[in-house]
Design a protein around this ligand. Structure first.
Ligand code: AMP
Ligand code: ZN
Ligand code: FE
Ligand code: FE
Length: 285
C-alpha cells in the first residue's frame, strides 16, 4: 500500500516523525510520504525510522499557497530541501504563521477565552514545527473550551469567526515553479474539497497543468463521491497523475493511515520525474 500525504509533529500531526513511520509500517504501508506543512523538519527523523521499519520513504512537503484569495495546498515530492529560494519562501511562511498564531491567541485572550500563550506552546510538541490553527485547537480542548479539534475549527478557529487571522503565502504558480526548480514533483492536494473552503476554478487546474503540475489528489477524505469522480475525469483529461492519500494527522483528525492509497504505477511516475532527492528504499521485496 502506498500513502503519499501524511503529517507529523513537524507540523500539525500528533505523531513524531518516527512514530508516524512506524505506525505506517504497522498499517501495512510499504511506501509512505511525509508531507508536513511548509517544512522539511521531519525528514531526518523519518528517514532513520524508515530504515529500521523497512518501509520506503518519499520525502515531501505540503506548501500553503493561494491564488486570487483562495487557499491551495501544493504537495511537492522528492524536492531538494536546500534550494535557497524555496527555503526563503518557507521561512517566510513559517515566520508569518508564528505571528499569526500569536495574534489569534491574543484576540481570544482579550475576549475572555480562558487560554494562554503558554498553554498553546505546550501543545506544539515537535522540534521547531510549523505552527497552525490545530495547535490552538488542542489548547482550547485542554482548557475545556471545546471538545475536539473539529469543534474548535467550527467555532473559534473558523475563517469567518472573530479571531481568524490569515498568514503570508505565495501564489500557487510561484510555488509550482519553486518545486520544479528544486527538482520536485508537484501535486495539488484535495483540489475539489469544497467542504474545506473555497476551491479554485477548474480553469486554474488546467493552467497549473500547463505550467508543469504533475498530478492531483483524486482520492481524499474531504472529497465527496462526485468530487472524486470529477477529479478523476480532470486527471485523465489533463494527463495528470491521479493520487490517493490519507492526509493522516495522528489523533488530530479522523483520517486513518492508508484510508486512500496511490497506485504503484502512479508512484513510479513520481519517482521517475523527480531529480531533487531520491526515494529512500528500505522495503524488503
Ligand atoms: P492553518 O494551516 O493553520 O490555517 O490550519 C489549517 C490546517 O488545520 C489544515 O491544513 C488541516 O490540517 C487542519 N484542519 C483543518 N480543519 C480541521 C478540522 N476540522 N479538524 C482538525 N484539523 C483541521
Ligand atoms: Zn494539517
Ligand atoms: Fe491540505
Ligand atoms: Fe495535509
Amino acid at each position: 500500500m502506498i500513502d503519499l500525504h501524511t503529517h507529523s509533529s513537524a507540523s500539525d500531526g500528533t505523531d513524531s516523525p518516527a512514530d508516524l513511520v512506524r505506525r505506517a509500517a504497522d498499517a501495512g504501508i510499504n511506501i509512505l510520504a511525509i508531507t508536513d506543512h511548509d517544512t522539511f523538519a521531519g525528514w531526518n527523523e523519518a528517514a532513520d525510522a524508515a530504515a529500521t521499519a523497512s518501509i520506503d520513504l518519499m520525502r515531501g512537503i505540503e506548501i500553503s499557497t493561494r491564488h486570487e484569495g483562495i487557499s491551495i495546498h501544493l504537495l511537492g515530492y522528492l524536492l531538494d530541501p536546500d534550494n535557497p529560494e524555496l527555503r526563503g519562501e518557507l521561512d517566510k511562511v513559517r515566520a508569518s504563521r508564528e505571528q499569526r498564531l500569536h495574534k489569534m491567541v491574543q484576540a481570544m485572550i482579550d475576549d475572555g477565552v480562558p487560554i494562554t500563550h503558554e498553554l498553546v506552546a505546550q501543545h506544539i510538541t515537535g522540534d521547531a514545527p510549523t505552527m497552525g490553527r490545530p495547535h490552538i485547537a488542542d489548547a482550547l480542548v485542554t482548557a475545556g473550551v471545546v471538545t475536539s479539534r473539529d469543534a474548535a475549527f467550527a467555532t473559534h478557529l473558523s475563517p469567518t469567526g472573530p479571531y481568524y487571522v490569515s498568514h503570508y503565502s505565495i501564489d500557487v504558480f510561484d510555488a509550482l515553479r519553486l518545486v520544479l526548480a528544486a527538482g520536485g514533483v508537484p501535486v495539488m492536494a484535495h483540489p475539489l474539497a469544497a467542504k474545506r473552503g473555497r476551491v479554485v476554478d477548474e480553469q486554474v487546474i488546467r493552467d497549473l497543468a500547463g505550467a508543469g503540475l504533475a498530478g492531483i489528489e483524486v482520492h481524499h477524505h474531504d472529497h465527496t463521491p462526485e468530487q472524486t469522480h470529477r477529479a478523476a475525469q480532470l486527471a485523465a483529461e489533463l494527463d495528470l497523475l491521479p493520487t490517493g492519500s490519507s492526509d493522516y494527522h495522528g489523533t488530530g483528525k479522523v483520517n486513518v493511515l492508508a484510508e486512500h492509497t496511490t497506485a504503484p504505477a502512479v508512484c513510479r511516475e513520481i519517482v521517475r520525474a523527480a531529480t531533487g532527492v531520491p526515494m529512500l528504499t528500505n522495503f524488503a521485496r
